[in-house]
Every structure is written in C-alpha cells, then in structure tokens.
Design a protein around this ligand. Structure first.
Ligand code: PRP
Ligand code: URA
Length: 205
C-alpha cells in the first residue's frame, strides 16, 4: 500500500505541539506551516527533473532543474493551513480549491466549492491535515481524478487507520503521506488521540 509516515524527531516534536490543547491559534498556525513544509519536501521527493547545462564560475556542469508541474489542492477550510510552504518552496506551483464540510451529526462530507487549474500534466498534491473516516479525502480525490489528475498524492498531518483504509479501498493508486498515524476514531468520528478540530484550532473558531 502506498503509505508513508514522516519519521523524523522534528516531525514528532511538532505534532506534539499541535496535539497540546494549550497551544493557541498563532502557534498552531506556525507549527502547521512547519509540518507542512516537511510534508511538502517528502511528497515531492520523486518530482520530475530535467538536465540543464550551466557554467559555475570555475567550469561547465550539467545540473538539474524541476520539470514537472505541481498543483496543490487544499480541502477547505483546514487544508489552507498547509498551502503556504508549497508556495514558498515551488514558485511555479498552481493552487486548486475543493470545499468539503463534514456534517457534525453524520460525519458525512458535503461538497460546496470547486475551482481547479489544469491537472493532467503534473503532480497533484491534495492537502488536508486530518484524515478521519476518509470520506472527505476520498471525495476530493474523485473530484481531481475526474478533472484529469493522474499523478496524485494525499498529504495530511494526522491520519487514522480507518481513514487510510478507506482512501486505499476507493483509490488504491493514491500515495498517502502523513506526519502521524493515530490509534482510532471515537464514536463521533474524531481521531484519538488526535488534536481536536483542526480548522477550529487553526482559526480560533
Ligand atoms: C475536517 C478535516 C477534513 C475532514 C476529515 O474538516 O479538515 O477535511 O474533517 O474528516 P473525514 O476524514 O471523516 O472526512 P471539516 O469538515 O471539519 O471542515 P473544516 O476544514 O471547514 O473545519
Ligand atoms: N476533523 C478534525 O478536524 N479532527 C478530527 O479528529 C476529525 C475530523
């Protein structure tokens, strides 16, 4: 199964900060940025490159430059907290948006917005910090596949085993990168131990 757990002491340190209920929104946003930067590096490790002839001050050399288009697609609203590092690292990245919101009673995600750039030519990275039941992610993946995405990654900060299983059941080709794989979902479909509602903690709602 295409699943990658970010294994780095800094990643565990940062996830612990996010989990801590005393962490306030300003710090929460900074730490979410830092973790997303690590995930941005991991999820682009095999991005396409092309050779480029250049001259250093001392001699000619064949270097490499990025050659594959990159599109980052946050699932609104919490996914917005993961976009900035992609913009900072990859100046040519395009951004698409998918709006999905879980119903508080049923935990079913409702689709309310979609705006996507052309997707077929490059790597598409869907970002959503929380993979709980997997319903939102699986729906977003179906949307981008329908729009032409073929090289697809899902990057999240905390995943549940149930969510990983559901995404792979519906989309076995999609690679998942996560900074933490938690124990289980509770009866209200929140991740345990988790960090609570990511969107609420990010924006102080
Ligand atoms: C959260 C989270 C995911 C979804 C995960 O968003 O950001 O999108 O729940 O749950 P699932 O795997 O069970 O679908 P939410 O719907 O709460 O909306 P928000 O980002 O606006 O807070
Ligand atoms: N969405 C969140 O923000 N947190 C969870 O634990 C589950 C869904």
């Amino acid at each position: 199964m295409p699943f990658h757990l970010l294994q780095h002491p800094l990643a565990s340190h940062l996830v612990t900060h996010l989990r801590d209920k005393t962490t306030k929104p300003a710090t929460f946003r900074t730490v979410a940025y830092q973790l997303s930067l690590l995930l941005a590096i991991e999820s682009t490790r095999d991005l396409g490159t092309a050779p480029k002839e250049i001259e250093t001050p001392l001699e000619p050399v064949t270097g490499t430059v990025l050659s594959q288009n990159l599109v980052v697609v946050p699932i609104l609203r919490a996914g917005l907290g993961m976009v900035q590092p992609f913009l900072d690292l990859f100046p040519d990245v395009s951004v698409g948006y998918i709006g999905l919101e879980r119903d508080h009673e049923t935990a079913q995600a409702k689709h309310y917005y979609c705006k996507l750039p052309p997707l077929h030519a490059g790597r598409v990275i869907i970002v959503d910090p929380m993979l709980a039941t997997g319903g939102s992610a699986a729906q977003a993946i179906s949307v981008v596949k329908k729009a032409g995405a073929m090289d697809l990654i899902l990057a999240c900060i905390v995943a549940s085993p149930e969510g990983v299983k559901e995404v792979h059941r519906q989309h076995p080709d999609v690679r998942i990168h996560t900074a933490a794989l938690d124990r289980e979902l509770n009866a209200r479909k929140y991740i345990l131990p988790g960090l609570g509602d990511f969107g609420d903690r990010l924006y102080g709602t």
